[in-house]
Design a binder for this molecule. Sequence first.
Ligand SMILES: [Zn+2]
Length: 84
Amino acid sequence: MGRRRRQKVRRRPQRRIPDVYPCPECGNTAVKIEIYRDNKIATVRCGSCSLEMSIDGDKVGPLTEAVDIYGDFIDVFYQSREST
Ligand SMILES: [Zn+2]
């Protein structure tokens, strides 16, 4: 039987962009973003300094990417800093 062996099956990573971002608080790249589109909520959390924030409502839609959430998170972070 001359069965041909397939050469190297390449597994392509499933469009999974690294979802870890730099933290504005401690500077470590340890911020994880999780998006729960069904619940229209996203959580941002730093694994290093345990900074945590959730973003919800209109900002979380079917096309929302982690980067978008990160942008909002940064905005909110600096806004809340200014007011204190
Ligand atoms: Zn941090």
